[in-house]
Design a protein around this ligand. Structure first.
Ligand code: NAG
Ligand code: NAG
Ligand code: NAG
Ligand code: NAG
Length: 772
């Protein structure tokens, strides 16, 4: 008895000692300024009481040129002399902590992280508070992983390039084709990630990428490393810059990444007008500018933009680049200094920007466990609440495209067996798309549906490429027996991805044939579920009366199967709207992917891009999305005339023309407010997105239609809600002229919200005439 107790005690003691040691082994030591180290006492840069600017200056003054060069790259070298560790800047968190960058890995106490839907799906929710909330949860998990030694603090997300061309393999990563939606997404997601903390502090540092006019991977002999995007001043200001500007100015992002491509013959990472003048100058970036991974090397070796690598290094740093993803600047910058192409002070300017961000993150504040997010750990990753948010996001992003009959929702009572068919019907990693990590777990579509009813599963094709019809017989057999058929079809990363743009918009291989044959044989209603990032031309199914309903789920994340089933069986009323146009296949023959113009050009037979400029036939338009309810809008109040006060000095010119330059108008707080009643006339509660468009007066270079506001509201069945809509006049009712100048056209702006139309007349008034 005594012996046993002693042994037990001894074991327990050994166990305790081991656990204490292994804990200590896992805990991350401070990046710098560890207070237990006597040496740091003399370092002013470690003194948290000093302003960050002074601390950065002190640190810089202590670094040798060689040490500085080691800090110009993502794999930043340690400075043991100053008790500074090495740091890997490259981490990713596009829609959950990802292991794409070397700064973050999974393992040990961090086997996975919450995998939210791919961004294009989350964008379809049009729910701005959801966007921010996802950012908050992702940064909780990121901070927890950093504390445990598994993650970084600098995340190169989000990707906010305009989804300009439907073939783009990375369109899935973006919030879609509308510049204002993309800008709002950027600002909200970044705010969620960075924590919106007082005093310039950062929870993690986000990064808006890829600046700019970058949305082509590899199309018909042109790849992104060699692409020279020819962009007019008008398109630049009107489209490509809009989300970046909002990310920096409203989102207060801590970083912007320049892209691989050239814009009008200059690599973006070597263009001082883009980096120094625009991002840092005009938009006042408080943060660092980083290259895409290995952009500087690419413009030297692939684009041959400079004749020597030293010139490439000098051009990039002088243009305003602060950090290189890749080793190029660590290798060639010394040579650039030696040849007199660069001064040490140019390098200092870059380092001020990166070191300041590290200080704002608390990396020079010593013991990180004592800091504001120091208590976050494994218990804060993949929590039930975080995983529930991933499920909510998936539900909110699902878009009901067609519901003939209506045949949806299905009912477990009437549909006792459901045939679940298709190459995406039982997938896991397909659901998280690219730039993902390792999910906490998955619910596949088949598993989700099986929670409601009995299933018969037949893949129909062995993968999404669906190269033959060998498995069709069993799939058709299943549809014959079942009370309803759900086909989960679409794409995956073998069809659309980084490096891979699509050649066409149709379903790959024999998928279309499988859908039609199964639909023909099916006993009950046939539901087509499309899993994809980019749009698919499913005109055949839209027109086939035997395909009763079509649902687009994007890449719905780890909980995708639950969300899909909840929508199909009506426990969630779908409210998503398409964030991009679904073109027909033949559209592609008229638009080379390399043509950046958004505006149509009739003389050239060029139809234009996105709902803003393209007026031809589509499969589904931007903003399309049905509900199980019916929402009715009524305009309660709206101004009919709006006076724009104009600076007196410019009154003569404005009277002579029909537009007012935004910079000449007194824009501060100039908004109009509409009051709209939204009635849920259906029998199911649901969320509804109000999309408010404006058509500017004709003849002013503008789009034929532009989203100027959106608002997502929940309305219970049979009730009505009054929703205020605020439209900032200078920002949203302006158009951009051919010289890239933003102007407010005077005259009639036609606002529309669903069926509701309203004419707003904008007039200019010289300042002083208006009584304040
Ligand atoms: C990062 O730099 C260290 C030396 O500072 C080197 O050992 C390591 O291989 C580098 N890692 C990468 C991914 O280049
Ligand atoms: C682009 O595609 C071509 C052929 O489809 C391939 O040979 C080439 O390696 C690709 N380039 C890149 C950068 O992916
Ligand atoms: C105002 O416009 C008129 C007619 O276009 C022109 O003759 C006059 O010189 C202008 N005055 C000023 C101050 O620009
Ligand atoms: C927006 O998302 C949040 C978080 O999931 C949710 O609580 C809220 O109800 C959503 N808003 C609407 C109108 O659906």
């Amino acid at each position: 008895m005594t012996t046993t107790t002693t042994t037990l005690t001894r074991h327990l003691l050994i166990f305790l000692i081991i656990s204490v040691f292994s804990q200590a082994g896992n805990a991350r030591r401070s990046f710098a300024c560890d207070p237990s180290n006597a040496a740091v006492k003399g370092f002013a840069f470690c003194n948290v009481k000093l302003p960050i600017g002074d601390r950065v200056k002190d640190l810089l003054s202590r670094l040798t040129l060689k040490e500085k060069l080691g800090l110009l790259v993502d794999n930043a070298t340690a400075v043991p002399r100053l008790e500074m560790d090495e740091y890997e800047w490259w981490s990713e968190a596009l829609h959950g902590v990802s292991n794409v960058g070397p700064g973050t890995r999974f393992g040990g106490e961090f086997p996975g992280a919450t995998a939210f839907p791919q961004v294009i799906t989350t964008a379809a929710s049009f729910n701005t508070s959801l966007w921010e909330e996802i950012g908050r949860v992702v940064s909780d998990e990121a901070r927890a992983m950093y504390n445990g030694g598994y993650g970084g603090l600098t995340y190169w997300s989000p990707n906010i390039n305009i989804f300009r061309d439907p073939r783009w393999g990375r369109g899935q990563e973006t919030p879609g084709e509308d510049p204002i939606v993309a800008g709002e997404y950027a600002a909200r997601y970044v705010r969620g990630l960075q924590g919106n903390l007082p005093g310039d502090r950062l929870k993690v540092a986000a990064c808006c990428k890829h600046y700019t006019a970058y949305d082509l991977d590899n199309w018909s002999g042109t790849d992104r490393f060699h692409f020279n995007a020819k962009v007019s001043k008008q398109e630049m200001v009107d489209t490509f810059e809009v989300p970046f500007r909002q990310c920096v100015m409203q989102g207060k992002v801590a970083s912007v990444m320049c892209s691989y491509n050239q814009v009008n013959g200059i690599p973006t990472c070597a263009d001082p007008r883009l980096l120094r003048d625009t991002i840092r100058g005009a938009w006042r970036l408080n943060g660092y500018i980083v290259s895409d991974c290995d952009s500087v090397g690419v413009f030297y070796d692939k684009q041959h933009y400079t004749t020597t690598p030293e010139e490439a290094a000098a051009d990039a740093i002088k243009a305003g680049l602060d950090l290189d993803c890749g080793p190029f600047l660590a290798i060639h910058t010394q040579g650039a200094v030696d040849r007199g192409l660069l001064r040490e002070s140019d390098i200092d300017s870059a380092l001020v920007n990166t070191l300041t961000v590290q200080m704002r993150l608390g990396m020079f504040d010593g013991d990180s466990s004592a800091q504001i997010f120091g208590n976050l750990g494994p218990k804060d990753v993949c929590t039930p609440a975080n995983q529930e948010l991933a499920l909510q996001a998936a539900r909110q992003g699902i878009v009901l495209l067609k519901n003939h009959g209506p045949s949806l929702p299905l009912s477990p009572r009437r549909h006792r067996t459901v045939a679940v068919i298709g190459p995406n019907s039982d997938v896991t990693v397909t659901m998280i798309g690219n730039y993902a990590g390792i999910a906490c777990g998955y619910t596949t579509p088949l598993q989700g549906i099986a929670r409601y009813t009995k299933t018969i599963h037949q893949p129909g094709c062995s993968n999404v490429k669906c190269r033959n019809a060998h498995l069709f017989g069993d799939a058709i057999g299943a549809a014959r027996q079942a009370d309803a058929t759900v086909l989960v079809m679409g794409l995956d990363q073998s069809i659309e991805a980084e490096f891979i743009d699509r050649n066409g918009l149709l379903l790959p291989g024999y998928q279309q044939e499988l859908v039609s044959k199964v639909a023909k044989a099916s006993k009950g209603p046939v539901i087509l579920v499309l899993m994809s990032g980019g749009p698919i031309d499913v005109s055949f199914a839209e027109h086939d009366p035997r395909v009763s309903a079509i649902v687009w789920v994007g890449y719905p994340g780890q909980a995708g199967g639950t969300a899909i089933a909840d929508v199909l069986f009506g426990t969630h009323n779908p409210g998503g709207k398409l964030p991009m146009t679904w073109y027909k296949q033949d559209y592609l023959s008229k638009v080379p992917m390399t043509t950046m113009d958004m505006r149509s050009n009739q003389a050239r037979g060029y139809p234009g891009r996105t709902y803003r400029f393209y007026k031809g036939p589509v499969v589904y338009s931007f903003g399309h999305g049905l509900s199980y309810s019916n929402f009715i809008h009524t305009l309660v109040s709206a101004p009919t005339i709006f006076q724009v006060p104009v600076d007196g000095r410019h009154k003569n010119t404005t009277a002579a023309t029909e537009t007012v330059r935004v910079t000449h108008a007194k824009c501060g707080g100039l908004s109009i407010i509409l009051q709209v009643d939204v009635k849920n006339a259906g029998s199911k509660d649901g969320s509804h997105t109000m999309l408010v468009y404006s058509t500017p007066p004709v003849g002013h270079w503008g789009p034929h239609k532009q989203l100027v506001a959106f608002s997502k509201v929940h309305v219970s069945a049979g009730t009505q809600l009054r929703v205020p809509i605020k439209i900032h006049v200078c920002k949203f009712l302006s158009v951009v002229d051919r010289s890239g100048i933003r102007r407010i056209p005077m005259g009639q702006h036609n606002l529309h919200i669903g069926d509701v139309k309203h004419v707003l007349s904008i007039q200019s008034t010289p300042l002083g005439v208006i009584k304040s």
